[in-house]
Design a protein around this ligand. Structure first.
Ligand code: HEM
Length: 293
C-alpha cells in the first residue's frame, strides 16, 4: 500500500476542497505537474490527472478516457472533462483555503482553476437527503482490490481511476415525496439505514448492487456533500482499478439496460462529470514516471 496515495483509502475527512483545473492554451504541463508533486502528499492533497493533460504531454495512460455522455438508451449526462483534479482533505477550512491557494500557484504556469467546490461531512456521513452514504463500500483488502491498479508494472501499479460528478439536489422536490417513497428511492430506511427487502427495481441500491453485476462491479466511493448559498448536493467520487465498474453502475442507473431509471433522478441531477487518473506514490511523492516526468 506504500505506493498508493493514502487519501484514497483513508476515511472521508471532516472538510474538503475539490479543485478542477483546465489547461492553458498551448501549455506544456510537465513543469507545473512536477511542482505539484513537490507539495502534494497524496494524503492531505490527492491528485488526479485528466486526459487533456496526459495528451498535452504526448503520453497515454491505458484505461484513461473522457467521461462518456451517453450510455445507449436513457438519460444523457454532462461530461465536463478537466485537465487536473485536486482533492484537498482536512479538518480546518482555513487550512484548506491556504492549501488550495498553494496548489493553484504551483501549477499556474500551465493550469487555470475552473471550479472550486467545498465539501463537508454531514452528521456521521450522510448525504444531504439524510441517508447514510458509504455503507456498502468495500473495506480493507477489498477496498484496495476495487480501487487500486495492480499487476501492470512500475509507474502504474498503485494508481487509481476516479470518476467525479457534482450532483445538485432539488430539496423542495425531495421534501414533497412521502417518507415511504423516499426510502423506496434509495432502497434503505432513513431512520435506521436498514435495507428494504421489498424495494422497487428503481431503488438506487437495486440499480447499483455491486454483487449483482457480471463481473462484480465494486468501487470505492468517497463522496461528500457540498453546499453553496441555498443550493447543495453530493460531490460523487468513486475510485476504481478501471472505470468499468462505475460505467456498469451508471448504465443501469440511466436505464440503458432495462429502461428503468434510478429513482434518484426524481430529486437530483449531475451537473458535471469527469474522469482522472490518480498516479501512484514513490518515495513519499506523487510518481509521474508514467507521464515521462
Ligand atoms: C446524488 C447522487 C447519489 C446519492 C445521493 C447516492 C446515495 C447513496 C446511498 C444513500 C446509498 C446506500 C448506502 C451505501 O451503501 O452507501 C448508495 C449506495 C450506492 N451507490 Fe449511490 N448515490 C448517488 C450516486 C451514485 C452514483 C452516480 C453511483 C455510481 C454510478 C452510485 C453507486 C452506488 C453504489 C455502488 C452503492 C452501493 C450499492 C450496493 O452494493 O449495495 N451512487 N448511494
Amino acid at each position: 500500500m506504500k505506493n498508493v496515495q493514502p487519501g484514497i483509502l483513508a476515511p472521508v475527512p471532516k472538510f474538503a476542497r475539490y479543485l478542477c483545473l483546465s489547461l492553458k492554451t498551448d501549455a506544456k504541463p510537465g513543469h507545473a505537474l512536477r511542482s505539484l508533486s513537490g507539495i502534494a502528499d497524496g494524503d492531505q492533497i490527492v491528485v488526479g490527472i485528466g486526459q487533456p493533460a496526459v495528451l498535452a504531454l504526448g503520453r497515454r495512460i491505458r484505461g484513461l478516457r473522457i467521461f462518456p455522455t451517453g450510455f445507449g438508451l436513457g438519460l444523457v449526462l454532462p461530461s465536463t472533462s478537466s485537465a487536473l483534479w485536486c482533492w484537498l482533505r482536512g479538518g480546518d477550512r482555513g487550512a484548506l483555503l491556504h492549501a488550495s491557494r498553494k496548489v493553484v500557484a504551483a501549477v499556474s504556469p500551465a493550469f487555470d482553476p475552473e471550479t472550486v467546490i467545498d465539501g463537508f461531512k454531514y452528521d456521521t456521513g450522510r448525504d444531504l437527503t439524510g441517508y447514510v452514504d458509504g455503507t456498502e463500500n468495500p473495506k480493507g483488502k477489498k477496498a484496495f482490490q476495487a480501487a487500486i491498479v495492480q499487476g501492470q508494472g512500475v509507474g502504474i501499479d498503485g494508481s487509481s481511476f476516479v470518476a467525479v460528478q457534482r450532483w445538485v439536489h432539488d430539496f423542495e422536490r425531495f421534501a414533497s415525496i412521502p417518507a415511504r417513497e423516499q426510502d423506496n428511492s434509495i432502497g434503505r430506511r432513513k431512520r435506521d439505514n436498514k435495507e428494504l427487502a421489498d424495494a422497487p427495481r428503481s431503488a438506487h441500491i437495486k440499480r447499483t448492487a455491486q454483487e449483482s453485476f457480471a463481473p462484480e462491479a465494486f468501487v470505492l466511493r468517497r463522496s461528500m456533500p457540498w453546499a453553496d448559498g441555498m443550493s447543495g448536493g453530493l460531490n460523487f467520487v468513486a475510485f476504481g482499478k478501471s472505470f468499468d465498474a462505475f460505467e456498469a453502475q451508471l448504465r443501469r442507473m440511466v436505464g440503458a439496460e432495462d429502461g428503468i431509471t434510478d429513482a434518484l433522478f426524481k430529486f437530483t441531477r449531475p451537473v458535471s462529470g469527469s474522469y482522472f487518473w490518480c498516479p501512484p506514490m514513490r518515495g513519499g511523492k506523487i510518481d509521474l514516471w508514467a507521464l515521462g516526468l
